[in-house]
Design a protein around this ligand. Structure first.
Ligand SMILES: *[C@@H]1O[C@H](CO)[C@@H](O)[C@H](O)[C@H]1NC(C)=O
Length: 241
């Protein structure tokens, strides 16, 4: 018994990889219903945070914000942007438009990969930062704080956000469904507004960031310092549960 316990303790102590903490903070003047896959969901009033412990090796993961939601006591309801199947606790991904914080832990070269993506459009300004940046890799704070909603091209305008062209036009060129694809007239709008973020599916060279695995935790902030807000009516949209 004691030996078993000792073994467990040693395994925990010497485990080569551990969990990584993601702190999600809502700095917006309005309520954001944070969503994470894996992780679920959480209502965040202005200034509130949500802490997620993510197991080593997690990949294809994302964190995003939902706006103008109405959930009942059982957690059923709907959001204007980022909705994940009418539930507070997301198990799948959100409906575009939604600004995404994407990551994969402990990948090739013992690196964590992370990015902000506008490939599913934009709803909320976002920052994604390692808590311990490093010059050893492309391991630094990235953000997308421009007024993307306010300057969204007419054809992409959506309630509460700015759509990605694939969602609107559904063409191979915009969706990048076959082989190689490059920037488009619409993706250039997103890249111009947010140079750190993915503006089309194969926008990797300027949009992928990496940190040595296990060297840092991460913070995702909705409406970080310097964000533009639009429309201004959103300031008054403190919806109910
Ligand atoms: C991009 O090209 C399409 C197709 O020619 C056009 O309808 C659209 O207005 C263009 N968008 C921008 C932002 O120039």
């Amino acid at each position: 018994m004691a030996l078993a316990l000792l073994t467990v303790l040693l395994a925990l102590f010497f485990a080569p990889s551990h969990s990584t903490t993601f702190t999600v903070r809502n700095n917006c003047p309005y309520t954001v219903w944070a969503a994470a896959s894996p992780g679920g969901g959480r209502r965040l009033n202005r200034g509130q945070t949500w802490t997620l412990n993510v197991p080593a090796g997690t990949s294809m993961a994302r964190i995003w914000g939902r706006t103008n939601c109405n959930f009942d006591a059982s957690g059923r309801g709907h959001c204007q942007t980022g909705d994940c199947g009418n539930v507070l606790q997301c198990t799948g991904w959100g409906v575009p438009p939604n600004t995404l914080a994407e990551y994969a832990l402990n990948q090739f070269g013992n690196l964590d990969f992370y990015d902000i993506s506008l490939v599913d459009g934009f709803n909320i300004p976002m920052e994604f930062s390692p808590t311990r940046p490093s010059s050893k890799a492309k391991c630094r704070q990235i953000k997308c704080t421009s007024d993307v909603n306010g300057q969204c091209p007419n054809q992409l305008k959506a309630p509460g956000g700015c759509n990605n062209p694939c969602t609107v036009f559904k063409t191979d060129e915009y969706c990048c469904t076959k082989g190689k694809c490059g920037p488009t007239n619409f993706s250039k709008f997103f890249k111009n507004k947010c140079p750190d973020a993915y503006s089309y599916p194969q926008d990797d060279p300027t949009s992928t960031f990496t940190c040595p695995s296990g060297s840092t935790d991460y913070t995702v902030v909705f409406c970080p310092m310097g964000s533009s807000y639009f429309p201004l009516e959103m300031f008054g949209s403190e919806s109910s549960e």
